[in-house]
Design a protein around this ligand. Sequence first.
Ligand SMILES: [Zn+2]
Length: 209
Amino acid sequence: MRALLLVDIQNDFLPGGALPVPQGDEVVPVALRLLSCFEVKVASQDWHPADHISFAANHPGKQVGEVIQTPYGPQVLWPVHCVQNTPGAELAPPLAQRRRELNHVVHKGTDSRIDSYSAFFDNGRLRSTGLEDYLRRRGVEELFVMGLATDYCVRWSVQDALELGFRTWVITDGVRAVEPQKAPEVLQQLRQRGAQLITSQELLERKPG
Ligand SMILES: [Zn+2]
């Protein structure tokens, strides 16, 4: 069984949002096109409490982009984004309208004390989001990943998926990076770790499964 994983396609990561990923909106139509091709469709949502450790505003004197040391390692400080139950945390509107087609949605970054780039584990790998269990229960062995952003949450999710033993694909036209100039290098690194790269067009031309 194969599954589609849509990573953090949320208003705050789109142009006009609190933490916009350049051209992040371009992944939305790709996601919509692919929904009908998969039996198992899963999405992650960054879902922070207002006092979250990753917000520069919660560290007096610190600026967005600075890195702080935490018990789980270095933490980049971000603008306040994806606060639970705010419009910025909602899925992009066309995707939100089709939310019923999603079989499962995982919330991540819900603990104030630790960030969670990956859709599987927090950044200290202390707690699981339950995504692995869900996919195993559904008999998923092959995972197709797209969303935002290539260099953070997609990257960490793909790395965890590979480590967990899923056959993992990155949909190259379905991802955008916080730092676009680094995207090719990130994709190359993921490929070296065992991920396969595919375009949404190539995927659509394959037999649905
Ligand atoms: Zn976040």
